[in-house]
Design a protein around this ligand. Structure first.
Ligand SMILES: *Cc1c(COP(=O)(O)O)cnc(C)c1O
Length: 496
């Protein structure tokens, strides 16, 4: 019997594809228009809270029968699109939330269409990621033998970097043996290091107790004398120091460790130098004097940083770079039979990114980065970063002009201040700063967040926003003054 006798030559379309592609095209265009409308009107569309009715429109229930793509487009445009975090707005300064780029709208469309799996193999998306990693490597001055991986963010980058550092300390056999019989390891970082480091140590089985937090010196960076003392003390006690996590842009204030001097100590003591540069590493693209803050970063054994914070690229995208590719591979590479490399075809090509991290299946994060670099170029992105630093300095000036108090000098793009008089009771100062922050968020005027500096709650602005202009800074501080006045008349309820 010939195969054609049993083979039905009718190729039927997928029931999950649109029945009518032309109708789908029209719906897709309508949605794209809604997206462009929203983005082009970003200044008029701050965050707004979801009412109970808004939340109810999102309910899936059993999701038994689908509504089809025309109705889906309506729901996406009406019930999802308007309820963004608000970080697209020019006066969003809370936490460290990147703005996003118009180029991301284009690249996400293409990435969704391609639906590439970037775990490995030989196809275009992998070449795009290689270009992005290679650009990062050159930008941060690591040698050609370095490797890298795009990840969800700096939190994941830290896990991967510290896993490589752990492997370097304990040897490749530790992948099999685990850490049960290993000597206790210790890592070091400045007090106030981002919690991503703590979480990574927890996940790697070393425990947060393996982290020694070292006080900052007068310049806000890690105190090198205290660091050296802590390392010596651990060695004397039979603990194995293995890694220093240098901070390039602290989360609270944007302060830097002196990476050059930390690198000297790491070289002397044979310690892995990891740099947490989540947003601050991008000062590398800024003008002087900000650029010089990153001096020494090229000596790191590993660096973690984000494209989604201060490079304005859409969520989510972070990077880990590792100086010694062989250690990186030793920590993660594994090719069971079902992933064997082919000599030709799709299953060929090297490297495969699954050999450099925890994820096997991986999306095409690289395209939004590649598109940003290709579309705007390093110079324009660097200028936006410089402008953010200047705006933070302007905010500091405004703060002092209106008689508020800076919580610490502004060195990069972060400005922390208190709107409360210094002679108030401490708890009352905290409450006022919190309430002003909440009030301005709810009013859709300005988004600050808060943090604790020297034991007091302060208002914090981290400016990683390419839409912010000088008038926004002046408006923001005037809005704090107004909110403070309103707060004196009629405090909003504490629950808000
Ligand atoms: C945001 C941040 C992190 C964590 O990065 P994610 O991308 O949010 O995972 C780590 N370190 C610092 C200094 C940060 O600001």
């Amino acid at each position: 019997m010939a195969i054609n006798d049993v083979f039905s030559p009718v190729f039927v379309p997928s029931p999950l594809d649109p029945e009518d592609w032309e109708a789908f095209r029209a719906e897709a265009h309508r949605l794209l228009d809604a997206c462009v409308d929203q983005l082009s009107a970003a200044r008029d569309r701050p965050w707004r809270p979801l009412s109970e009715a808004d939340k109810s429109t999102l309910r899936l229930g059993e999701a038994g029968t689908g509504i089809g793509s025309a109705a889906l487009v309506d729901e996406l445009a009406q019930h999802v699109l308007p309820f963004h975090t608000g970080n697209t707005h020019p006066r969003f300064f809370g936490w460290v939330h990147g703005t996003g780029l118009a180029s991301g709208l284009l690249s996400e469309m293409v990435a969704a269409t391609m639906n590439s799996n970037c775990g490995g193999r030989d196809h275009g998306a992998v070449y795009v990621e290689r270009e992005v990693i290679e650009w990062c490597r050159r930008t941060f001055g690591l040698p050609e033998t370095a490797s890298g991986l795009l990840v969800a963010g700096t939190s994941q980058a830290t896990v991967i970097a510290l896993a490589a550092a752990r492997l370097k300390a304990l040897g490749p056999e530790s992948r099999h043996a685990g850490i049960h019989d290993a000597p206790p390891l210790a890592a070091y970082a400045v007090k106030g290091v981002h919690n991503a480091t703590v979480k990574a140590l927890e996940l790697l089985g070393l425990g947060s107790s393996a982290l020694r937090t070292i006080p900052a010196g007068p310049d806000g960076g890690i105190d090198l004398v205290r660091l050296a003392e802590a390392v010596a003390k651990d060695r004397a006690a039979g603990v194995r120091p293995f890694c220093v996590i240098a901070t390039a842009g602290s989360v609270d204030l944007g302060y830097f460790d002196d990476i050059e001097l930390v690198a000297d100590l790491c070289a002397q003591e044979d310690l892995w130098l990891h740099v947490d540069g989540a947003f601050g590493a991008w000062a590398r693209l800024a003008e002087s004097p900000w650029r010089e803050l990153t001096r020494g970063i090229e000596r790191a054994d590993s660096i973690g940083f984000d494209f989604h914070k201060w490079m304005y690229v859409q969520y989510d995208c972070g990077v880990v770079l590792i100086r010694d590719q062989s250690v990186h591979r030793q920590a993660f590479a594994a090719r069971p039979a079902y992933l064997a490399k082919q000599s030709e075809g799709i299953g060929g090509g090297e490297p495969w990114y699954c050999d450099y991290g925890t994820d096997l299946s991986r999306g095409f994060r690289a395209l939004k980065v590649w598109s940003a670099l290709r579309g705007y170029g390093r110079e324009a992105l660097g200028q936006a970063i410089t402008r953010n630093c200047k705006l933070a300095a302007r905010m500091a000036k405004c703060v002092e002009t209106v008689g508020f108090r800076l919580a610490a000098p502004v060195r990069l793009n972060v400005c922390c201040f208190s709107a409360a008089p210094a002679d108030w009771d401490g708890a009352e100062q905290d409450t006022l700063n919190e309430r002003i922050t909440h009030r301005l968020q709810l009013a859709g005027e300005v988004v600050f967040s808060t943090t604790r500096i020297d034991g007091r709650t302060v208002i914090r602005a981290a400016i990683v926003n390419h839409r912010t202009c000088e008038a926004d800074i002046d408006y923001a501080i005037a809005a704090v003054e107004r909110a403070k006045g309103l707060e004196a008349q009629a405090p909003i309820p504490a629950s808000a």
